[in-house]
Design a protein around this ligand. Sequence first.
Ligand code: FUB
Length: 449
Amino acid sequence: MPRRLLWALALVCASIAVPSAAHADNPIVQTVYTADPAPLVHNGRVYLYTGHDEDNSTYFTMKEWRLYSSADMVNWTDHGSPMSLATFGWAGADAWAGQVVQRNGKFYWYVPVKNRTSGRMAIGVGVSSSPTGPFTDALGRPLVENGEIDPTVFVDDDGQAYLYWGNPNLWYVRLNPDMISYSGGVNQIPLTTAGFGTRTGNTSRPTLYEEGPWVYKRNGLYYNVFAAKCCSEFIGYSTAPGPTGPWTYRGTVMPTQGSSFTNHPAVIDFNGGSYFFYHNGALPGGGGYTRSVAVERFTYNADGTLPAITMTTAGAPQLGTLNPYVRQEAETIAWSSGVETEPAGEGGRNVGFIDNGDYIKVKGAAFGAGATSFTARVASATGGGRIELRLGSPTGTLAGTCTAPGTGGWQTWTTVTCPVSGATGTRDLYLRFTGGTGYLFNVNWWQFA
Ligand code: FUB
């Protein structure tokens, strides 16, 4: 697989450029290319909905959306794809940038897709009773269609919900309480230079507004953070005293950076911190059509303005620690090298496509006084291999080695246990996979005792 070759090359480069094997946590996902982040805070977790750029893509070739979740902002659990183009029988292509909101005990996912019949971009609505899906088409047709993209949804304190979207214009509708219909028609927000800044050198687009609006409210002030100028884009923002304006341009949030000519913002507050999500081309093989989602923690200025935020490879600090003494899904990952994930026959997902030397980093595992054993759920259609439990880096202190045997099938699962010593305190845990050639084994979950 070409991407795996790129990984191998990247690892060689990384070993030259970065003597320490400690790895950054941005971008958030290493197993696939992701784009257009849309986080949702629910029940003590951040659910991060993303687009999925296909490997080797040379356009915005996107067929499905992906979902990851985290309680600590650094270890992210892969939930696979809860919604795809196939969800919308009327959609033919372009699973682009959307957003999920919770209302009425349900989760509504507004997405732009190409209407197969009209050939125009339209906004569809997926609905689910769970943040992890599966989502179904709420309407069986577009909610609204005017050839423009990038919906963002916001529910005001008075219960009125607004759906904004647009490129090259900016539109909104007032959603009805059912969240799948609207009243008052389709309204256009005037793109004035006072509201959205001045673009030079493009007479058809005099303001900086390009696409990707993210509208929210904080301390009574309404924010519209958006992808500005093209191309390459930067992230700018405007504020307003009300949900429909008048908007005032406030400047740059994130300058043009990061090897992707698009960027796409999202802002949340979670457990006392504020977080800015975006995308770039940071993975090996990454670029404008092979993007990756990343996150930075930030603090609002005292007057409510947003600070300038730059892309980092360190990402956000960890909130708390990870408990290694409860069952952890193998697809809960701070950083990984070489592996992929797939649906598991036992339910959920497993880590697979493991070659010799691949690894998973789990950040900030709180071992306390010390672990004595490690248990993992494994399967292998070949001869299996070994899981090395290393601390601090992929070549760090070896706390134990578990043998994963051949089980007769990639989804024929068995549980293995091995002794552990020296795993004390709070450490970054690396599950390093070793063995022969070819794919070695799959891992569904693990737990220390
Ligand atoms: O990912 C496809 C498109 O690229 C999105 O809809 C835009 O916001 C830009 O990120």
